[in-house]
Design a protein around this ligand. Structure first.
Ligand SMILES: *Cc1c(COP(=O)(O)O)cnc(C)c1O
Length: 416
């Protein structure tokens, strides 16, 4: 048995080079290896700052990947959790609860949609969107089922969402992958026209590709896409998991494009750090039969109460105005940095921004920034030549300046 186990280990346990460090260390030795993590343990968060076990402070411009829109451990969320936990945590998804009703009512009032399904993760909401589109396709479009996604798009990590995503290599990672997903290129309307077949039921897109490196859809392209999909009776699903709930300076990013999608998904920001997601659609798409769709935590009042508190706070004019001011400040600061260091430039929408680097040094910059003293800076590099910024929407003017200053120091270290 021991010999067999050793053989198995030798066959299986060959971590790729980039995973080796974390796989070999004591920390996390009982966790299944999925990524390499820095050798530190975070124990506390307050607004834009994280603190590790050694008491080191870090200015956090990642915020759980654009999740913590109100920063770390905001009083508003702590209070909503405490109040709701003391009252009712889980009646059952088969019963109504007040937070579920209030949150869906609020989302409908804020958006162009009429119906809401609450879920726990972005991938789950997106799966729901695909099911809804296929259900509608079976009713209204003679069984059309195919979904067009975009190259470099990201929709989550379930098998079907890996098929829907356009991450290079994902279609070969866990074969056989679910079928029925085609691909087009962002900002290339011809590629969309070519991808549409009589079987096409929906088009699924991020208006700003987050994981793909903060790639923005052109407003003209999005308007053409809306017209084309309407004409061909193809549903337009926008995945606003990363862009929704104030991230781009509006409640929802589709507002920036002057269009109305047919379906939208939300996650990340809507929970402000707790697992909450939503699928929204127009009334005519409300076509699930009882039993077609569900989930143990769908409409869980504990999470819905948090979502309601977050949405009520973020989707106010003054709050969104503040997001746009901080976004302008960050954008100007990144432009100045780019100019001073001869970098290609910056881009983004609201507080979802990217700085393009001249070569594949992003991971080095991330490490250098994290190791700065006395305060570290937490950054994200979705691409080897690109840094992505997703600060708390509540980040202060002084904290944006501090972040830019720390970034300048880290860049100087790596580039000199
Ligand atoms: C993060 C993300 C997802 C996946 O969300 P999970 O909650 O991790 O399942 C889907 N779509 C987009 C655009 C995302 O940024």
């Amino acid at each position: 048995m021991a010999a067999f186990h050793r053989l198995l280990q030798a066959m299986v346990h060959k971590p790729p080079a980039r995973l080796e460090r974390s796989a070999m260390t004591e920390l996390g030795r009982h966790l299944i290896t999925i990524t390499s993590r820095p050798e530190t343990v975070f124990v506390e968060g307050r607004g834009s700052f994280l603190v590790d076990e050694q008491g080191r402070r870090y200015l956090d411009l990642v915020q759980g990947w654009a999740v913590n829109c109100l920063g770390h451990s905001p009083a508003l969320i702590a209070q909503a959790l405490a109040d709701q936990a003391a009252r009712l945590i889980n009646p059952s998804p088969a019963f109504f609860n007040r937070p579920m009703l209030a949150l869906s009512e609020r989302l409908v009032a804020l958006s162009c949609f009429d119906r809401v399904f609450l879920a726990s993760s972005g991938a789950e909401a997106n799966e729901g969107a695909v099911k809804l589109a296929r259900r509608w396709g079976s009713r209204a479009r003679g069984g059309a089922f195919e979904i067009i996604g975009f190259e470099d798009g990201f929709h989550g990590r379930t098998l079907a969402m890996m098929s829907a995503s356009g991450k290079p290599g994902w279609d070969r990672l866990y074969p056989p992958m679910p079928g029925g997903f085609a691909k087009a290129r962002l900002n290339d309307i011809g590629s969309v026209e070519r991808a549409i077949t009589p079987q096409t039921v929906a088009l699924m897109m991020e208006l700003v590709q987050g994981e793909g490196g903060v790639q923005l859809a052109d407003p003209g392209f999005v308007r053409e896409l809306r017209a084309l999909t309407a004409e061909r009776q193809v549903l337009l699903i926008v995945d606003e998991v990363q862009t929704g709930i104030g991230r781009c300076g509006r409640a929802f990013a589709y507002e920036l494009f002057g269009i109305e999608p047919d379906v939208m998904t939300l996650a990340k920001g809507i929970g402000g750090g707790v697992p909450l997601a939503a699928l929204l659609c127009k009334e005519e798409l409300n076509c699930f039969e009882p039993g077609d769709q569900g989930g143990t935590y769908c409409g869980n009042p504990l999470m819905a109460a948090v979502g309601l508190a977050v949405v009520n706070e973020v989707c106010r004019d003054e709050f969104l105005h503040g997001v746009r001011q901080r976004a302008d400040q960050l954008s100007r600061g990144l432009q100045a940095l780019a100019k001073d260091h001869g970098l290609p430039g910056e881009r983004g929408a609201g507080l979802l921004r990217a700085l393009v680097l001249p070569s594949d040094i992003a991971h080095e910059v991330v490490a250098a920034a994290r190791d700065l003293t006395p305060v570290g800076l937490l950054l994200n590099a979705p691409r080897p030549h690109l840094l992505r910024f997703m600060p708390a929407l509540t980040i202060s003017e002084a904290e944006v300046d501090e972040g830019l200053q720390l970034l300048r120091t880290a860049l100087r270290q790596v580039m000199s």
